[in-house]
Design a protein around this ligand. Structure first.
Ligand code: HEM
Length: 396
């Protein structure tokens, strides 16, 4: 029997796709490290799991984000860790905050912010694309969407790093646990203050909208509001940063695509969709089986931890012809970067809008992007992206 694949081993992390392909071919549902999760790798199995929350519960997301050592886990009441029917109640309450008018209001603001950042980018020297473009853009868009104070921006990277690493802290690493607990206290304190302020003085922003939301006369509780806002701040930001980073990497590898999209900006939505398929920012989402069940002929016991590998489903050759080819001319395929079923990403239109506008503005000024150093990868089973991305930008 071959040893279990370790998804966080450096050689796998750098390029997991040949490993996913091997699993899809030989053992489409099997246990992997770290954690012994049952990895689900084929497109059809991935959609089966995500369409059946009664069999595959989001309690799996709770276990990953709410470890026992973190008494006041930040996402404990977020909709992402809940199943129907309580999930449906939360989703109905926050739906309006993501409506088309909200997005329309956001669009000119995102464009202006991208223009300011692009104007500051230097030519003729190496810059970290994350530090100088993708992070400030994603952080300020999420702050604008929520109506938060810009003084928060410098703190967001640390919050994101700490709140997304709860599942990878070793059992004896008490120092890291203390650091994360302190960050959770700080972030909770900040969000609670914002809520108190908006209660006193409601504005034209998402937090005020969420405070006013009612379904059958019922509002969100304070615990639900805090969890939801923390989840949006962190999950909405990290994922979008990596969408922009992957786009930059792919444009460096495929300069002919950059030239084409630059000449024909109407191709931008197709570029964004193919980046989302080819390099999805979210590789894995967690579920737990509620009863014994079978998937691709493999028997899963009740209580099995399941890792749904979106990163693999998006390269499944059974669904995407020549799946390992980056091709912005693909038509009619159904990529899965935002999940599927009841938990389908609420922020998908925000992420797509931000990527489209950010890249449009970037390519209006720069005709070539070149790599200037090796990429190191972050350490998470869910979000996959580079830690630093050294590049040089050329106006033509
Ligand atoms: C490229 C960027 C993004 C990616 C790849 C992404 C991916 C995902 C995925 C895969 C899920 C499903 C999780 C599951 O089924 O357990 C999800 C859920 C969610 N996402 Fe995103 N996301 C992105 C950006 C955003 C943004 C910008 C926001 C908010 C502004 C956001 C808000 C949410 C929310 C609220 C949920 C939970 C939905 C539910 O549980 O019903 N996301 N996202």
């Amino acid at each position: 029997m071959s040893p279990r694949l370790n998804l966080l081993a450096p050689e796998v992390r750098g390029n997991p796709y040949p490993h996913y392909a091997e699993l899809r071919r030989t053992t489409p549902v099997c246990q992997v490290d770290p954690g012994g999760f049952w990895a689900v790798t084929r497109y059809d199995d991935v959609t089966t799991v995500l369409k059946n929350p009664q069999l595959f519960s989001s309690e799996g997301m709770r276990r990953a984000t709410c470890p026992p050592w973190l008494e006041d886990a930040p996402f404990a009441y977020a909709m992402i860790v809940q199943d129907p029917p309580s999930h449906g109640r939360l989703r109905a309450l926050v739906n309006r905050a993501f409506s088309a008018p909200v997005l329309n209001r956001l669009e000119p603001w995102v464009r202006r912010r991208a223009e300011t950042l692009v104007a500051r980018l230097p030519t003729g020297q190496t810059v970290d694309f994350i530090e100088s473009f993708s992070r400030p853009l994603a952080a300020s868009v999420i702050s604008e969407l929520l109506g938060l104070d810009t003084s928060l921006l410098p703190r967001l990277p640390r919050w994101a790093d700490d709140l997304t690493s709860t599942s990878s802290v070793g059992p004896g690493d008490t120092q890291r646990m203390d650091e994360i607990r302190a960050t959770v206290r700080e972030a909770r304190g900040y969000v609670s203050e914002v809520l108190a302020h908006r209660r006193r003085a409601p504005g034209d922003d998402m937090v005020s909208e969420l405070l006013a939301a009612r379904v059958d006369g019922e509002a969100l509780t304070d615990a639900e509001l805090v969890s939801f806002l923390l989840m949006l701040l962190i999950a909405g930001m990290e994922t979008t940063i990596h969408l922009l980073n992957h786009a930059a990497r792919l444009l460096m590898e495929h300069p002919e695509v950059l030239t084409r999209v630059r000449a024909e900006p109407s191709l931008m939505p197709r570029l964004v969709e193919e980046v989302l398929r080819y390099e999805p920012p979210v590789h894995g989402i967690m579920r737990v089986s509620t009863q014994e069940t079978e998937l691709s002929g493999v028997r899963l016991p009740a209580g099995a931890w399941v890792l749904v590998l979106l990163g693999s489903a998006n390269r499944d050759e059974g669904r995407f012809p020549e799946a390992d080819r980056f091709d912005i001319d693909r038509q009619g395929t159904h990529n899965l970067p935002f999940g599927h079923g009841v938990h389908f990403c609420l922020g998908a239109p925000v992420a797509r809008l931000e990527a489209r506008l950010g890249l449009e503005v970037l390519l209006a000024r720069f005709g070539r992007i070149a790599p200037r150093g090796p990429v190191t990868w972050n350490h998470s089973l869910s979000v996959r992206g580079p830690r630093v991305l050294p590049v040089e930008l050329f106006s033509r």
